[in-house]
Design a protein around this ligand. Structure first.
Ligand code: ZN
Length: 379
């Protein structure tokens, strides 16, 4: 077993990283690849390999702690709001300047580094320009172009590709014990995104939400049903976001209460409890802003799923011999393919992309999605 087992279909990257663990180190790395290619999975595996006394065995205490996100020498950073602020980044840079507590390295894993504000990027650049000898920065972004040149020129770039569905399915079967046929359906539906594929294969609620999204093209036939479909789509995305946020929020609040010694007695406890109220308020503000981001990401994910559905329709209309993402919905795909022209399907895909763009400009979600589902009814 190795921490790199999780990286489906990335053998080139795995050998690049394994060589780095064994050989000379670089202090800043940039993991790039399209959504779903497993940037953060790869960065985390690399972090585990750097911190593990056996080069990434996947089984020792250190490897287990990295997986759980509790390793003392791994700083995990995700944007809590829509982007990183400068204060957040300065805090991080300060912590990263410390020495590792146990092993050789202190690893900072910075997911979605492309969401840095400009000032935050400057703070980050300073840290990377003048590296602390034992600190390794692992940045993740969709592409190298998403970061300012000054940062990316100081990083060694690791480029991931979207893994083939068969490789993702193989990981689901061997690691999670998912039945092979189901694993392949999930891998195809997730279009290579291993985390999403795992959720679809193992979480019935996630699978049900996907089916609800894929009902939209079937339902949106006239105005009334189109509006209902829009409301359902927004609601589905909100449910998904809620389930993601809930899993994160409560443990964070629990950890904070524990850090302030809730439940203990003795001198100073009352004072500590007063301090906790302020810290709890800060945490809840950050959680709120994260919830907004997760909601936006969920809706965008649903729209991409919808686009993939119409792409499948288009492929059937063209008679192209390609792997369909939604092969498990073949009857619906065929019906839609027979009832429209390829031009109409293309227009629908464009309408979805336009809706995604409008959402980035903060148009009210229901409004933007209603406009979309209405345009889906037009032939
Ligand atoms: Zn290990």
């Amino acid at each position: 077993m190795s921490v790199f087992d999780e990286l489906a279909g990335q053998s080139r990257v795995v050998s690049q990283l394994q060589n780095a663990v064994a050989g000379a180190m670089t202090h800043a790395w940039l993991f790039t690849g399209p959504p779903g290619s497993g940037r953060s999975v790869a960065a985390r595996a690399f972090a585990a390999a750097l911190l593990c006394p056996f080069g990434g065995c996947g089984e020792c205490r250190s490897c287990v702690q990295v997986r759980a996100g509790t390793h003392a020498d791994l700083l995990l950073v995700r944007p809590e709001g829509l982007s990183y602020g400068v204060r957040q980044t300065r805090d991080l840079v300060l912590r990263a300047a410390g020495a590792p507590s146990g092993g050789r390295w202190l690893v900072v894993l910075f997911e979605d580094a492309d969401r840095c504000t400009e000032q935050a990027a400057n703070a980050l650049l300073k840290a990377i320009e003048e590296p602390t000898p034992r600190t390794v920065w692992l940045l993740c972004a969709p592409s190298a172009e998403d970061l300012v040149t000054t940062i990316r020129s100081r990083c060694r770039v690791v480029t991931l590709r979207v893994p083939p569905s068969s490789d993702v399915a193989a990981v689901l079967t061997s690691r999670d014990g998912v039945d092979p046929a189901r694993a392949l359906d999930a891998a195809r539906a997730a279009q290579g995104h291993i985390g999403r594929a795992r959720r679809l294969a193992t979480d019935p609620a996630a699978a049900a939400r996907r089916l609800a999204v894929l009902q939209v093209p079937v339902q949106a036939t006239s105005l009334g049903p189109a509006l209902a479909a829009a409301a359902a789509l927004v609601k589905t995305a909100e449910d998904e976001a809620k389930s993601v946020t809930e899993q994160l929020d409560e443990p964070e609040r629990g950890a904070l209460r524990q850090a302030f010694g809730e439940g203990s007695t003795g001198k100073g406890v009352a004072k500590a409890m007063r301090g906790m109220a302020g810290a709890m308020k800060d945490l809840e503000d950050r959680q709120k802003s994260r919830a907004t981001r997760v909601k936006r990401d969920s809706l965008d994910g649903a729209l991409l799923e919808l686009a993939a559905f119409y792409r499948d329709v288009l492929m059937l209309q063209f008679g192209a011999a390609v792997e369909l993402a939604n092969a498990d919905r073949l009857d619906d795909l065929r019906r839609l393919a027979a009832s429209a022209t390829p031009e109409a399907t293309l227009r629908r895909i464009q309408a979805i992309m336009r809706c995604r763009e409008r959402l980035t400009f903060n148009v009210a979600p229901l409004l933007a999605v209603e406009e979309l589902t209405i345009s889906l009814t037009q032939g």
